[in-house]
Design a binder for this molecule. Sequence first.
Ligand code: SF4
Length: 308
Amino acid sequence: MDNNLFKPGERVAVAASGGKDSTVLAYVMSELNRRHNYGLDLFLLSVDEGITGYRDDSLETVKRNEIEYGLPLKVVSYKDLYGWTMDEIVKTIGLKNNCTFCGVFRRQALDRGAALLKADKLVTGHNADDIAETVLLNILRGDIARLSRCTFITTGEDGPIPRCKPFKYTYEKEIVMYAYFKKLDYFSTECIYSPNAYRGFAREFIKDLERMRPRAILDIIRSGENFRTATSTKMPEQGTCERCGYISSQKLCKACLLLEGLNRGLPKLGIGRARGTNGLNKRVEQRNLRSERTGSNIESKQCGTLDF
Ligand code: SF4
């Protein structure tokens, strides 16, 4: 309530994967809206990545929740938006950088779906564990730009559709218990293309810390909130992608770069991180093209759902 996430009359799209976090979020949002008369227009928004045996099954869960909670559902697919399914991408690139493609495409797909719904806000089910993990990953990657915004409860306020994370301070364990005791219908199978070290060592490290001191998760989030970026640090300047108009600090947004790589048969073209200057962007591109020829892996990121 203190964060004033919503205003009466707003159209709010709930990013719904069928998993526990987004199912609890959709349930809680619809319950609070009904009980306390918030006056929100709620919608479910799902992304179909085209992962046979995983997303098709989880979308069935979302469709049941659409009926149960009485929330209209919109599904946007990678095939329609980008011309590729994740099954096709994995067939082309293998299982090394699949989550980089998937995470970048998903982020943009959610924004595009929310725009189709004419939503004022997009809410995601990221919980405290996810955010603590992202703080650690951004520190390890030295990603100052993301570090400074990954703990915000609302991001993109200056853009067309701000994103909110109402579960920012909610432990994953609390969400699991809530879903269990409320007997909510959710899908718990892991993606078939998930890297073996799903969510990586940062998640394991956080779980170890939590076992020793449960508050460690909230402490990491607080630490992330208290980071201050030196005023002399050069931050990427936000503009728009020349090709698709999506927000980007480069001439081409990451999704267009990845797509170009796929379509040209050079899938590593857009892999790797660019830091906001065109010169560096070019160097990343050249390095990736070199890697394309030598076959070495530039960056293998864990599940892209964390990349927010
Ligand atoms: Fe996409 Fe997540 Fe599956 Fe990776 S693990 S392919 S990011 S759904």
